[in-house]
Design a protein around this ligand. Structure first.
Ligand code: DAH
Length: 358
């Protein structure tokens, strides 16, 4: 260690030597690099913040002030030499790589490709939804869309639900803080479509719906498809014809359909629709049947009815001139029936061992 009082030794000669050594060495070092990364590393060792030239520059402060300018100029000159040497080597290296690429044997485009493993596929709900939509499209229905978060009016009031109907209860439905509801069925789309345009109209509307329900056959989120038609002189016979056609196209020719009177606030009359049990196919009244149809030979698949005149009126459609039918079905139920799936939860777990079966 030098004592603090001693003037620092003049490092000019040492700097000159170091600069000369570096000038000799840098190009051979650059040329020895065979990859772009190696070249860049070498460059950083010289010009980087902790590089050799930077280290030399730091000695400048110890040189006598009179000589600093000359040394500084030398350092800068060398820095420029190093920089252009690096650029030159980089160009050469890239040129060589390009040449190697061009002279390499060409790709064999006739080689068979790799077969990807584990390709995804459609969820059973999507399969069933597409099939149902396809059947109704063949029958001339257009697809209509609507929001999951809905105004209470479109989900309940305009459909004829009285204000104290249990479905409107917090216990049964999900409400947002802003007073909107997660739609509890796709019937809201009837209202949206009928308020939005003049009849005649025929729509199919698939969607996600929400209810506070959770057990082996119910999930808080599930899927429905709504279909409805408004025109002049539409009768229950038209509804029944569409249902028969639907059952045949989805479940095969000759699938029996029966309507049982039922109640929904937005239709009059309303009905539940059964089809002949697709498992035992014994809808001949012998009551042999199977467990899945509870030995009745029939399985319920949807709700339907003639659109209530008040609902038409609520949407600005004159019930004296127009009439219509509507139907709604749960897709999970259709899929469970189709594939014999015993628990609804299986459809939402997304376990590949389950899903890969479809
Ligand atoms: N919206 C009813 C439900 O979620 C299903 C339904 C019943 C739809 C009768 C209809 C209908 O269009 O006419 O249970």
């Amino acid at each position: 260690m030098t004592s603090p009082s001693a003037p620092p030794a003049d490092p000019t000669a040492a700097i000159d030597r170091a600069l000369a050594e570096l000038r000799e060495a840098f190009l051979p070092r650059f040329r020895a690099a065979t990859t772009e990364q190696a070249l860049r590393d070498e460059n950083a060792k010289i010009l980087g913040k902790k590089g050799e030239l930077t280290a030399i520059l730091k000695l400048l402060g110890q040189a006598p002030p009179a000589g600093r300018k000359a040394i500084g100029e030398k350092v800068n000159a060398l820095k420029q030499e190093v920089e252009s040497g690096f650029e030159g080597c980089l160009r050469d290296l890239r040129g060589k790589e390009r040449e190697a690429e061009l002279s390499a044997p060409p790709f064999d485009l006739t080689l068979p490709g790799r077969v990807p493993s584990g390709v995804g596929h459609k969820h059973p709900i999507s399969i069933v939804r597409e099939e149902v939509v396809a059947v109704f499209r063949q029958l001339g229905f257009a697809v209509h869309d609507g929001p999951d978060v809905e105004h209470e009016a479109n989900n309940f009031t305009l459909l004829g639900f009285p204000p104290d109907h249990p479905a409107t209860d917090m216990q049964d439905s999900f409400w947002t803080e802003s007073g909107h509801i997660l739609r509890t069925h796709t019937s809201n789309i009837q209202i949206r479509a009928m308020k939005g345009q003049k009849p005649p109209m025929a729509f199919i509307a698939p969607g996600t719906v929400y209810r506070r329900d959770d057990d082996a056959t119910h999930s808080p989120m599930f899927h429905q498809i709504e279909a409805f038609l408004v025109d002049r002189r539409v009768t229950l016979a038209h509804l029944k014809g569409v249902l028969a056609e639907f059952a045949e196209r989805l479940y095969g020719p000759g699938t029996p359909v029966r309507l049982r009177p039922s109640y929904f606030p937005f239709v009059e009359p309303g009905a539940e629709v059964d089809i002949g049990c697709v498992f035992c196919r014994q809808s001949d009244g012998t009551r042999a049947g199977c467990n899945l149809c509870k030995h009745t030979g029939f399985i319920e698949i949807l709700g339907c009815g003639m659109i209530h005149p008040v609902v038409l009126e609520n949407c600005g459609i004159d019930p004296e001139e127009w009439s219509g039918f509507a139907l709604g079905m749960g897709l999970e139920r259709i899929a469970m029936l189709r594939y014999g799936i015993p628990n609804i939860r299986l459809m939402f777990d997304n376990d590949p061992r389950f899903l890969s079966q479809f």
